[in-house]
Design a protein around this ligand. Sequence first.
Ligand SMILES: [Zn+2]
Ligand SMILES: [Zn+2]
Length: 245
Amino acid sequence: MNPIYRYIFPNKCIFCMEELEESTTDICNVCYNKIKVIDETYCRHCGKLRELEDDLCLDCLTRGHEFEAGRGVFVYDDRVKKALFGLKFYNQTWIARKMGRIMAEYYLEHVGWEIDYVMPVPIHYFKYITRGYNQAGVLASYFVQAYNEQMVQYQGRPVKLLKKGLKRIKWTAPQKDLNPETRYKNLENAFIVNAKIMDEVKNCNVLIIDDIYTTGATMDVCARQLKTAQVGKVFFITAAMGSGL
Ligand SMILES: [Zn+2]
Ligand SMILES: [Zn+2]
């Protein structure tokens, strides 16, 4: 690989940042053996890792959710945390390129709900202009790119990315600092569906994309807004899934 290309598109492991020998992999052997992909036993509603098949998590049993169903690719551990941190705060969008593609491959192999539109969980405008990008938006772009490449190859139906389908209109405290109950309160009236696309998405299925799913408060609030706007079914996929609850 030539040095400039290598600089622009580093072929490093997304978790430990070690240089990779092969250009076709995204994860080194060490990390591959340590990380946990959620592909066998998971809550059939929210996708949280479970011990048994067809087992609902406590959260879904007791509270339920606004979305139809959701899945996360990796269990959120220290390695995944480091990758997502780099993606979110250090402009390491190359991680999103690989992660978005991994999410699309996972989706096509293990999920496959009928979807028409993909929307990232939005960040507030002020955050957007200071950070320069929305990490969920970058993930969503690469997800859609990889997904649609497959659709073209197998004559399936491509999905459309609506990067600004959802808008964040309220500045909120970071969710990670709050307990599960106040997380919902914190997000009250935080999101709206973009008025410009309301007619277009009516009765269509939407897949929401984010970096991580923990209590589901963000997904629930976004899903509720979309349902109010009369979309069809709302699903989500995240790169990581908190292992609690
Ligand atoms: Zn690694
Ligand atoms: Zn669940």
